[in-house]
Design a protein around this ligand. Sequence first.
Ligand code: MN
Length: 128
Amino acid sequence: MFEAKAKVLYIEDNADNMMLVKRVLLVEDYEVIEARNGREGLAKAASELPDIIITDINLPDIDGYEITSSLKGNPITANIPVIAMTANVMKKDRQNVLDAGCDGYISKPIDIDELPIQIEKFLAKRKK
Ligand code: MN
């Protein structure tokens, strides 16, 4: 029986990024739950209880900062690591991501070789 390494919730409105990340993670034996906007992301975080959440920052309804605050403010989801995926590479933007309560960030454009390594690193940190 197939057993996923971990369950990843990916909140992303861009179809190309969604397809790319999904493909990379499925090859690495992760289970991927998709959410196309913030509301769907928050609902799936609570119902699916993923091991890790990757969120885009710019979404059509709620932005990634607000999503992170909601997740961290809800006892059900507070302990799930949240990784922001952001094209904002300015130092100030990285700080905003961390200030919002994100456990880390992954820079866009997505590096398909680095992505699984980064996710494993965040998951390992959580288990300690
Ligand atoms: Mn977006």
